[in-house]
Ligand binder design. Structure first.
Ligand SMILES: [Mg+2]
Length: 148
């Protein structure tokens, strides 16, 4: 049976304000029942996931958008930590990146990312990509229950 969630919690880990805005807009267009949080570097992202510091009351996300190039702790490092943590590893992580290194695609999947997606350069294509990802994960696939 499909999980009926009142709201889905989505965490965007991204340091580029324009990309954050674009992802937020695209998300809001396809799904109203979402609660979006943003972490602007890898350390803040991990603090959020571990509910440390000012993030003690924050929800564990149902879906994560992860930028690879971020200050303080890069996306691959975040991926390594989360996918090695038994409590957090089931959360789907969608890697969004500007880079085009074939080697990196393999590396990121080996770190157990759930998808590796190039950020489309065109604004509309970017929004379309986000819409497809969200409708797949929230309406077609089952997302895992929140960790205890
Ligand atoms: Mg970046």
């Amino acid at each position: 049976m499909k999980r009926v969630a009142k709201y889905y919690d989505i965490l965007i880990m991204e340091d580029r304000p324009a990309d954050i805005r674009l992802i937020q807009e695209a998300l809001s267009e396809v799904e109203e029942r979402i609660n979006i949080s943003v972490a602007m570097d890898g350390e803040e992202g991990l603090d959020f996931l571990y509910q440390r510091g000012e993030h003690t009351d924050k929800p564990i996300p149902d879906l994560i958008f992860l930028d690879l190039n971020m200050p303080k702790k890069e996306g691959k490092e975040v991926l390594r930590v989360v996918k090695n943590d038994d409590r957090l590893k089931a959360i789907p992580i969608i890697v969004l990146t500007n880079s085009y290194h074939p080697q990196e695609i393999l590396e990121v999947y080996k770190l157990h990312a759930n998808a590796y997606v190039h950020k489309p350069l065109d604004f509309d294509d970017f929004r379309k990509a986000i819409a497809i990802i969200v409708s797949f994960w929230l309406s077609t696939a089952e997302i895992p229950p929140k960790p205890e």
